[in-house]
Design a protein around this ligand. Structure first.
Ligand SMILES: CC(C)(COP(=O)(O)OP(=O)(O)OC[C@H]1O[C@@H](n2cnc3c(N)ncnc32)[C@H](O)[C@@H]1OP(=O)(O)O)[C@@H](O)C(=O)NCCC(=O)NCCS
Length: 150
């Protein structure tokens, strides 16, 4: 069984950090970063889990911060071997619906100009590029700032 639940701290943080390591182009959050983020008032981390034979596996997550009517997607990834099966679409849609219900009107996020997969994904959700930041990651990669009006 698959379900989307909220991460509010605990051991799962290690599995989330492992997804960041494996997914490579996700923000490189460590377990303690997930714990800290989950403790913030205006932060939400949704996780997608699969339970089989009483064993729960975390397949991906989507993290957002929101203040009044503005939100930012702060990190987002699906386990590499589980990508391209619309799991990203599932958890991202869930996150957008949650933000909308909070009264959010504008969502921004930052993506590397080299990350064509994620760009293709966000384009499908009708995000548009509103800005570019040169050498944003200090490794010779520019960042695109994408925005969606809900
Ligand atoms: C971005 C990410 C979360 C998408 O998750 P996913 O589960 O693979 O996405 P989905 O299967 O729901 O894909 C939905 C749509 O995204 C787009 N997409 C997915 N993979 C793509 C690719 N390799 N190239 C172009 N577009 C792609 C497509 O439009 C796809 O729809 P389609 O197959 O009908 O054309 C996943 O690629 C990932 O974890 N990447 C590594 C971490 C990362 O870069 N995070 C974003 C940081 S800004």
């Amino acid at each position: 069984m698959r379900e989307i639940i909220e991460f509010s701290g605990g051991n799962v943080a290690q599995a989330l950090a492992e997804i960041c390591t494996q997914a490579k182009t996700a923000a490189a959050w460590k377990a303690e970063d997930f714990q800290t983020e989950a403790g913030q008032k205006n932060s939400k981390i949704f996780i997608l889990t699969e339970t089989e034979n009483n064993k729960k596996t975390v397949l991906g997550f989507c993290a957002a911060r929101f203040v009044v009517d503005i939100a930012e997607i702060t990190n987002f990834a699906i386990l590499p071997q589980m990508q391209h099966q619309y799991l990203g679409t599932e958890i991202f849609t869930h996150t957008l619906n949650f933000l909308k219900a909070q009264g959010v009107k504008e969502i921004t996020l930052e993506v590397s100009s080299k990350n064509k997969t994620a760009q293709g994904f966000y384009k499908k959700f009708k995000f548009i590029c509103v800005n570019k930041r040169k050498n944003f990651y200090n490794i010779g990669e520019d960042a695109q700032i994408l925005k969606l009006n809900l």
